[in-house]
Design a protein around this ligand. Structure first.
Ligand code: A2P
Length: 340
């Protein structure tokens, strides 16, 4: 059977979650050649239905599911689930595309951004391909073309990350707290350590010994692995903001050879997956709500020279963290696998 006519048995693990639901939508939207779709989640959700295109699929309990016959498994149910079940699916013959950080830093697991290092997906001795962290993903879709032309030595980045990155319960918490506070009631934080509505939280994932959070170090480790360049210096600050969908990043780069804003704009206009929105007028820049939310591109604006460095450039990078930052890239990796 040729690849063109082949249809795949695809399992989505975490199908009831914020990312899993979008994986199902994107598989249908992009007409991925699905022969059979299997939706998996915890025992709590077994028997519920999720939408795949025009059909309803009954959710099955991951714990009792036999992975034999699955061709491609998209995992987005958290790191511990990936660690426990990912290798079992791979041993049963599936290509596992994992959205968690469980395998990202293993040398024998490729970490792939479809526009940046698609060829890396072919070398997967364990049958597992890792999907990068959402913040690294959008940053590198925009920065990789600049790195290839001008050589990036150093990246300073502050992220403004939406609550959807923390899952469905975090979306619910922002909605609930917003309503409560507008009605003069307490925020009562549960999902986040402090109030997120009408606030900012400079803390995502756990604190590490060096004072950075793990979310921040993901930007360091993953940038080097994806660009295959351990010399790149990255100085990150990750902040959670009361936005539902779409991450933003204020990025400052220092390059080996000088790149002007005009050169960067020209390069990015032809870069795959990137849209330049950079007019020096009110609204002439991308925001999570006006551009990113529900769309596929990585939007870049506010491109300007760094006044404090002779080879410095500033950019503002915005993308839908659930789509390009997670579900879309996972499906694009599945497309790479299907095209082999
Ligand atoms: P469930 O809805 O049954 O809890 P989100 O990141 O949006 O919170 O989604 C997490 C996803 O991971 C959900 O689909 C959730 O399913 C799934 N999940 C969580 N714990 C387990 C588990 N123990 N086994 C299988 N799936 C799980």
């Amino acid at each position: 059977m040729s690849n063109e006519s082949r249809r795949y048995t695809v399992a989505v693990v975490g199908a009831t979650g914020a990312v899993g639901e979008t994986m199902l939508n994107i598989l249908a939207e992009r007409k991925f050649p699905v022969g059979k779709l299997i939706a998996l989640a915890s025992e709590r959700s077994a028997g519920e239905k999720v939408k795949f295109g025009n059909s309803d699929v009954v959710v099955q309990d991951l714990a009792t599911f036999d992975p034999k016959g699955v061709d491609i498994a998209l995992f987005s149910a958290g790191g511990s689930i990936s660690k426990e079940y990912g290798p079992k699916f791979a041993a049963a013959g599936a290509v596992v595309i994992d959205n968690s950080s469980a395998f990202r830093y293993d040398d024998d697991v490729p970490l792939v951004v479809s526009e940046v290092n698609p060829d890396a997906a072919r070398q997967r001795p364990r049958g597992i391909i890792a999907n990068p962290n959402c913040s690294t993903m959008q940053m590198l879709v925009a920065l990789a073309p600049i790195h290839r032309e001008y050589g990036i030595e150093r990246i300073n980045v502050a992220t403004y990350q939406s609550v959807s990155g923390a899952g469905r319960s975090a979306l619910e918490e922002l909605g609930r707290q917003t309503g409560a506070l507008l009605n003069f009631q307490d925020a009562d934080p549960q999902r986040f350590p402090v109030q997120i509505a009408f606030n900012l939280i400079p803390h995502i994932d756990e604190f590490l010994d060096n004072g950075f959070t793990k979310e921040e170090m993901k930007l360091v480790w993953e940038t080097r692995k994806i660009l295959a360049d351990d010399s790149i210096q990255v100085n990150p600050t990750a902040v959670r903001v009361p936005v539902f969908y779409g991450h933003s990043e204020a990025v400052h780069i220092e390059t080996k050879t000088k790149v002007t804003p005009e050169q960067a704009r020209k390069l990015l206009k032809s870069a795959p997956g990137v849209e330049v929105v950079d007019e020096r007028k009110p609204g002439g820049y991308p925001t999570p709500v006006t551009h990113a939310s529900g769309n596929d591109a990585v939007y870049v604006g506010r491109i300007r020279e760094d006044l404090s460095h002779p080879r410095g450039l500033n950019l503002w990078i915005v993308s839908d963290n659930i789509r390009k930052g997670a579900a879309l890239n996972a499906v694009q990796i599945a497309e790479l696998v299907a095209a082999e």
